[in-house]
Write a protein that binds this ligand. Structure first.
Ligand code: ZN
Ligand code: ZN
Length: 284
């Protein structure tokens, strides 16, 4: 992919390549294990070190003697390391990693004016570099293939990449199973339940993907309610995707999940389009 296309110059002043971030991403060398961030040309001219931790350089002191000093773009180096680390811990599935709003042209309805306007009222346009002030909840509902998981992923990719905000992608069914396993004495993760639940309760941004697909039991209902409710109490941002409308979740946890979500979430209903089918047809 053309790197210049990732951050097309819009209204933002400064460097058109990184739009003021100071770094870009090398998509060809980024994968599940590694996020390959690169200093942008505009920042390279200011870097005094070898671009390696601990990011110190030999500079001439006032007295004319050489001394070790932090590179003048030291905070930028640290931010890039932090972003690479956040990506590693985010558990965003490979197919949704490094998906950015401006670069993602194939999902045309995500770019329709109507949709952008709705998104902009819910979230400040983080993809234009605006500082995020996150809502409590966003409920994305639509058929399989309507693009809701992609949009949820785009939001957290942008938050991690631009703002270094920690985010976690939770496939609802799989994560619940993971928590359940921590109660199984035979399991490798036995006893680690508190650690996983702590992460889900405290991470600043959480995607709960495909809510409603899990097998209902009072245990799953309670665990889910606990996650949603704790995050609400802490004022943390939760993005939920579901094939079901909020009203169809009435049976979960005696209606408490749906009523809590109604209270905290802005709802975005996706159009009835299967974009995966459209892309498939175009390729034929
Ligand atoms: Zn730049
Ligand atoms: Zn440097």
């Amino acid at each position: 992919m053309d790197k210049n296309n990732l951050f097309p110059a819009m209204n933002s002043p400064g460097c058109t390549l990184c739009r003021g971030l100071g770094y870009t991403i090398d998509l060809e060398h980024s994968n599940h294990k590694k996020c390959a961030l690169e200093l942008c040309e505009c920042a390279k001219t200011q870097c005094q070190c070898e671009q390696e931790s601990p990011y110190y350089a030999i500079v001439t002191s006032d007295s004319g003697l050489p001394q070790m000093s932090p590179c003048q773009i030291y905070p930028l180096h640290l931010k890039m390391d932090r972003i690479a680390n956040l990506y590693k811990e985010s558990e965003i599935p490979s197919r949704y990693r490094y998906k950015f709003y401006n670069a993602h042209f194939e999902v045309s309805h995500l770019r329709s004016n109507d949709f952008i306007e709705k998104m902009n009222t819910l979230l400040p346009p983080i993809w234009e570099g605006k500082k995020p002030s996150l809502p409590s909840g966003l409920y994305l509902s639509g058929y399989v293939g309507s693009g809701k998981t992609l949009l949820a992923a785009i939001v957290i990719n942008e938050l991690i990449f631009r703002h270094a905000i920690p985010a976690f992608f939770m496939k609802t069914t799989r994560s619940l199973e993971r928590i359940r396993q921590t109660y199984n004495i035979e399991s490798e993760s036995y006893g680690q339940g508190a650690k996983i639940e702590d992460l889900l309760h405290k991470v600043p941004v959480l995607v709960l993907d495909d809510l409603g697909a899990q097998k209902d039991s009072s245990w799953t209902d309670e665990t889910l309610y606990d996650i949603i409710d704790t995050r609400y109490e802490e004022g943390l941002f939760t993005i939920i995707t579901s094939n079901k409308k909020l009203n169809d979740l009435k049976e979960l946890a005696g209606g408490r999940i749906a009523s809590r979500l109604k209270e905290i979430c802005d709802v975005l209903q996706f159009p009835e389009i299967d974009y995966r089918e459209i892309i498939h047809q175009r390729k034929r």
